[in-house]
Design a protein around this ligand. Sequence first.
Ligand code: ATP
Ligand code: MG
Length: 565
Amino acid sequence: MRLSTFHLATVKEVPADAEIVSHQLMLRAGMIRKLAAGLYTWSPLGLRVLRKVEGIVRDEMNRAGAIEVLMPAVQPRDLWDETGRWEKFGGQLLKIKDRKDAEYCFGPTHEEVITDFARAELHSYKQLPLNFYQIQTKFRDEIRPRFGVMRAREFLMKDSYSFHLSAECLEREYWNMYETYGRIFTRLGLQFRAVQADAGAIGGNVTHEFHVLADSGEDAIAFSDGSDYAANVEKAEALAPTQTRPAAVATLERVATPTQKTIDDVSAFLAVAPEACVKTILVRGFDGLVALCVRGDHEVNEIKAGKLAELAGESTLADETEIVKALGCKPGFIGPVGLPTSIPVIVDRSAAVLADFVCGGNQDGTHYRGANWERDAQITRVADLRKVVDGDLSPDGQGVIRIARGIEVGHVFQLGQKYAEAMKASVVDQGGKSQPMSMGCYGIGVSRIVAAAIEQNFDAAGIIWPEPMAPWRVALCLINPRNDANVAAVADALYAELGARGIEVVLDDRGLRPGGMFADMELIGIPHRVVISERGVAAGTFEYRARRESESRQLSRDEVLALFA
Ligand code: ATP
Ligand code: MG
């Protein structure tokens, strides 16, 4: 590509509304332009990178035996009614009507459409297993679209769906996809981690997320420093402490804490560590209020809480009015001592081994000191309720938990028969019996990967593409061609030679000053830069610099070509 005939539109100023590096650099490099909240145009430069990612994803999916399809973006409501997701999917689902008033949505995902396709196409176990994939535009009406294409409303996803007669066959394909995702992110040159995840609303049992590690990541990942264990913090189990509960020593005493409502305030005021306090929150269960107790320095994990039988997915915090009505005190003073017996008390494993602890007094302006389980406060049940923290023991017994930030770029699920049952997608088995198919689904955020890669690879000058994602591998910078016709001729010849060898090369023949040209090539992250100048041509050399290096080297033409052999 000759830049003089391309549309490169870099920008000097850091855009005011871009909070994270990748968003800033994608705007400055002119890769994307915002149309409206969460909607972006990919410029010619941005599209080159997006297509690179897409290409690697497609290549590895094909290699793994998946077959490409392309489904419509717009999907009729009746399919979504069959699975109950027209209502359940919530505000992210963009609902639209056609001129006949028929209802549709713009697809946020394609389980319904592919299951409809499968039930029409697949009738016998002999046709299975199959894995269909597409690379296609999704729309999710995100509450807070932000960070550019990282959390957009319209984005490009690779989604695939596999169909099986048995759970065992599904599991085999699941691990095939798991391995394939590993190969994709490795080929893209990204540092990533596969983590155990929570299945959430989409259903199914086994699921992993693939995260690109970056400080700006929206998700927290718990991983062991002594093994392969890694899980989303929502999922990571907090083991029971190894020590047992010490005997009660102190007597129960109500103390005045007139304005101290938070654990930090109370622990400072009473001079006890947060670890020696019990924090109690009241949530609404499906059958009345439920008290959840964790140690003062821990946080309730809402996903874990939602799974308690008493809550069954409902874990909304009780509001002040409800709390005052039930206990006669405000939220900052709730504790497990003397709660009405109608309120079950679920205690986290770590809080359950405390003795002589501080907790709320269920009376405004008071807390208890010297409280003890059983003697003063009843435990309905001990459960794993809290978020893991740095330093916890790893659930697999090896090493200690560390917390890192991650960007979710991929997700694999074993859905089982949930969708096939709801939509009656069955095949006949070997015995001639009709059976709902088992399904897996596997997503990759193709457009998000572009932003995630930048979060991992940048410096003060701009983006540093991993080579497989770069818009071009090599930039030839042509300096002052007007002074010496030879310079342009040498550049043209090198450009042609690299092109003939299948190397993606861009020739910067825009006639800019060297400073502006170098700044642009660094900003847009081209991995290799070769400068062609009058002096170099006279000496028979080229000035070469790798994007990650700070020094240039003088190379002969053969040495330049050898770099890309
Ligand atoms: P998130 O938790 O980030 O909202 P998700 O779990 O809802 O994502 P999935 O349904 O698993 O997303 O979709 C598959 C992949 O699509 C995700 O792993 C992610 O990489 C990508 N993706 C999801 N939502 C967005 C979005 N709003 N913008 C860009 N990519 C997205
Ligand atoms: Mg996900």
